[in-house]
Design a protein around this ligand. Structure first.
Ligand SMILES: C[S@@+](CC[C@H](N)C(=O)[O-])C[C@H]1O[C@@H](n2cnc3c(N)ncnc32)[C@H](O)[C@@H]1O
Length: 309
């Protein structure tokens, strides 16, 4: 079975400040690495809801945790987080919500999922590969300017226009259906190389984020996570690139400040009061963890605590 090593595991457990009878949501269940550690810290009355939009993640989780009635798995995007938690039958408030964003190792390693420029496979990139538009379908129809915009904004790719032009020229001859083809088109279009980085890294990241609507799902889930948390409950967000981290960081900062309209006024109504308190700064993986798990290199964990209303 494909494996995924959970990143920042001890830091997440400390961040969630696990209570043995607590109720937690692992909104990015993956292969259940963080969930397993949370369950191990919980007593018999603790509960976990695990969410993942990848049907294979849910199937693997059902096998791995069969018989542990403290865990409920829900398939779907965490975008409508409150709805997913309710669908799991979890009533009342939560003590912690974890978002460990991006893709899992099994998704990247399985060539047939189409996430990797290192191995040739169908150009898919959908986390939920049973619905929505694949990367190949999007690239077949999108306009040159739209492609360039996605590469620039979601991949921070300097050569976005050149790459978009090369994609549009290539698809006029034959549809781009394989990851290997896309990687070769990008490599030929990019004039310089970043040390230690495949020239298609940014393009693949951008298309993956776009096809999966990753930033929208995150922006939508964060305020719902705050509403779901009990006072003292913890929010932990692990991001793997600056776009995600910026969303998490700004969200926590805004929620720490409360509604600026009431700044300096003696009476602040409950809905305008700060709802979160930051717990420490950005947490990154130790050298030891990065040496053992290179995926941890770009991980950044942010932790916040829900304040009483
Ligand atoms: C980095 S992995 C999580 C790994 C997990 N923490 C573990 O230790 O096994 C991210 C997982 O989140 C899922 N995911 C990403 N965005 C999602 C979204 N918007 N809704 C639901 N699941 C999502 C992916 O399918 C993937 O399985």
């Amino acid at each position: 079975m494909a494996e995924h090593t959970p990143v920042l595991l001890e830091e997440v457990l400390a961040g969630l400040a696990i209570r043995p009878d607590g109720r937690y949501c692992d909104a990015t269940f993956g292969r259940g690495g963080h969930t397993a550690a949370i369950l191990a810290a919980l007593g018999p009355t603790g509960r976990v809801v695990g969410i993942d939009r990848d049907p294979e993640a849910i199937r693997a989780g059902q096998r791995r945790f069969a018989g542990d009635s403290r865990l409920t798995l829900v398939r779907g995007s965490f975008g409508p987080l409150e709805e997913r938690v309710r669908a799991a039958g979890m009533e009342g408030e939560l003590d912690g919500v974890l978002l460990d964003l991006g893709v899992s190792s099994p998704q990247l390693d399985e060539a047939s999922r189409g996430f990797s420029f290192m191995q040739d496979g169908p150009l898919d990139m959908r986390m939920d590969n049973e619905s929505g538009q694949s990367a190949a379908q999007w690239l077949a129809k999108a306009g040159e300017r739209e492609i360039a915009d996605v590469l620039r904004t979601l991949g921070e790719e300097r050569f976005a226009r050149r790459i978009a032009r090369a994609i549009v020229a290539a698809r006029a001859t034959a549809p781009i259906t394989r990851t290997g083809e896309l990687a070769a088109i990008v490599a030929a279009a990019v004039p310089t190389r970043e040390p230690g980085k495949h020239p298609a890294t940014r393009t693949f990241q951008a298309i993956r984020i776009h096809v999966n609507g990753e930033l929208d799902a995150l922006a939508s889930a964060l305020p719902q996570a705050v509403r779901l948390l009990a006072a003292g409950g913890r929010l932990c967000v692990i991001s793997f690139h600056s776009l995600e981290d910026r969303i998490a960081k700004r969200f926590i900062r805004r929620e720490e400040q409360g509604d600026p309209v009431y700044a300096g006024l003696p009476q602040v109504p409950p809905h305008a009061r700060p709802r979160l308190r930051r717990v420490g700064g950005a947490i990154v993986a130790s050298e030891t963890e990065v040496a053992a798990n290179p995926r941890a290199r770009s991980a950044v964990l942010r932790v916040a605590e829900r304040l009483a209303a």
